[in-house]
Write a protein of this length. Structure first.
Ligand code: SAH
Ligand code: SF4
Ligand code: F3S
Length: 487
């Protein structure tokens, strides 16, 4: 499975940047700066990709708008993970026929995972004739070249060739949030879980070189970023393809050593590869957030094996026990698929019992969605949708009860909260995150945004915590007694 990773030469990226300037000259300058509307579906990996696409767009001279009507260029970065995600995108793309009719020069571009899925580009070619450019994740680094082809040739361009994938460094970025940043550490996935489309659309696992990651983190830290999430489909495979003897736990330690006042998160850890070395590193690194997203998918060994997950229920539970031994207040979140083909009621109840046993802080629950070309899509699926829906609801209800209980336990404690935004709730005009990543609605002045402050938790719900900035005496008191709980 290991492939020699292709790196796009830096000169190639510089050439793309030159093409951006050619595009800037070609674009109509009538009513001032041209505007781009960028919409992103799917996971953080897609968000990170959109930051690069925006980087290119900025080099081409675009400003950014939140209105499709006002845009000279529309770019939609799509997701293929579930059928629902694709349907939403296609519905919105369909509606753009009207937008383009009112603004005939408008350029419509679709990119991302759903475009790379077999059959999709053909469907766009046939049924969505107002779309000008279609490209998959593998062609992202060539976006300027592809757009130039559209502009010069006045023709539709499709670039969705299959590929094991490459690494491209040096693409400019327009980041969305000065306080929080995504840093991709690797791309692709080799796991081929039987239900999942990602390995087919994002290619093989390939890691960025540690020095490239570290210099990105250093510049973020210097710019005042307070929260950095290291991204990959399975970060625990980091480095295997590099042959440098650096694995993810080593990378975490190196990122932790970068000077600055920031928290480190990472997503996603595959339970089969997350182990003692990583857990020890998390416990040791003071910047590592006490949080792990450890998707279990199912609590039943037969289903786990049919999913090709590579661990058993007992092995998973053992990892959770060890994590909690090392980091007692660790926040634990997970993903679960309900209704995998042939999942019986009895097998679902094993998932429910695992959820009750682990008591996750939060859970992302999904109904199985057959993805064309994956092995699970070809399995017989005799369970009626109503039964799947009933199981799904039962799981959601159970988790809501658990989340409410977990959040309730914070009431009366003081948490170190990174204030990261404002909201329109007059009683709690600020939002923030605990070290473990739980959402806090809090009172206080907008000037607190960007600061890490002690917050007294006064209330809780299923979804969030509520609090007030701790009074000076409390801070003092907590400081002396070391009571600022690190949950
Ligand atoms: N790489 C990550 C997951 C990325 S996809 C990991 O392995 O943990 C995010 C979640 O979507 C998965 O964890 C899974 O729960 C869900 N998912 C993926 N494919 C799905 C499908 N075909 N139907 C329903 N849910 C799916
Ligand atoms: Fe999909 Fe499995 Fe890879 Fe995650 S690890 S992206 S679920 S194939
Ligand atoms: Fe979707 Fe692609 Fe992410 S399929 S979940 S955007 S990797």
């Amino acid at each position: 499975m290991n492939t020699v990773t292709t790196t796009i030469p830096r000169e190639e990226i510089r050439r793309q940047l030159d093409l951006c300037r050619d595009i800037a000259r070609l674009l109509p300058r009538g009513a001032g700066q041209p505007a781009a509307f960028v919409d992103t579906y799917g996971c953080q990996q897609n968000e990170a990709d959109s930051e690069r696409l925006r980087g290119y767009l900025r080099e081409m001279g675009f400003s950014f708008t939140a209105s499709e009507e006002e845009a000279d260029l529309i770019l939609i970065n799509t997701c293929a993970i579930r059928q629902h995600a694709e349907h939403r995108v296609l519905g919105n793309v369909g509606a753009l026929v009207h937008t383009k009719r009112r603004r005939p020069g408008q350029i419509i571009c679709l990119c991302g995972c759903a475009m790379q899925r077999p059959g999709m580009a053909e469907e766009i070619r046939r049924s969505y004739r107002h779309v000008d450019l279609v490209f998959g994740p593998h062609a992202l680094w060539r976006f300027p070249q592809l757009l130039l082809q559209v502009l010069e040739g006045k023709k539709r361009v499709f670039s969705v060739e299959d590929s094991p994938g490459a690494i491209a460094e040096g693409i400019p970025m327009v980041r969305q949030d000065p306080l929080k940043a995504w840093v991709s550490v690797m791309y692709g996935c080799n796991n081929f879980c039987s239900y999942c489309i990602v390995p087919y659309v994002r290619g093989r696992e390939r890691s960025r070189r540690p020095e490239d990651i570290l210099s990105e983190v250093e510049s973020l830290a210097r710019a005042g970023c307070r929260d950095i999430t290291l991204l990959g489909q399975n970060v625990n495979s980091y480095g295997k393809d590099l042959g440098l003897g650096v694995d993810f736990a080593d990378l975490l330690e190196r990122v932790n050593a970068v000077p600055g006042d920031f928290r480190i998160r990472f997503m996603t850890s595959h339970p089969k590869d997350a182990g003692e070395k990583l857990f020890q590193a998390m416990a040791r690194c003071e910047k590592a957030a006490p949080h792990i997203h450890l998707p279990v998918q199912s609590g039943c060994d037969r289903v786990l094996s049919a999913m090709n997950r590579g661990y058993t229920r007992e092995q998973y539970l053992e990892k959770v026990r060890r994590l909690r031994e090392l980091i007692p207040h660790i926040v634990l979140t997970s993903d679960i698929i309900v209704g995998f083909p042939g999942e019986t009621r009895e097998e679902f109840l094993q998932t429910l019992s695992l959820v009750e046993e682990v008591e996750y802080d939060a859970l992302f629950t999904f109904l199985f969605s057959p993805r064309p070309g994956t092995p699970a899509a070809a399995l017989p699926d005799p369970v009626p949708p109503e039964e799947k829906q009933r199981n799904f609801q039962q799981l959601v209800d159970a988790q809501n009860r658990i989340s409410a209980k977990k959040h309730g336990a914070y009431v009366g404690t003081v948490q170190q909260v990174l204030v990261d935004g404002t909201s329109d709730d007059p009683d709690h005009p600020l939002t923030g995150r605990t070290p473990g990543g739980r959402l806090v609605h809090l009172s206080g002045e907008a000037g607190l945004v960007g600061r890490l402050i002690p917050v007294t938790i006064t209330g809780s719900s299923t979804w969030a915590l509520f609090g007030d900035p701790a009074a000076a005496e409390t801070i003092q008191h907590n400081h002396h007694d070391q009571e600022v709980s690190q949950v």
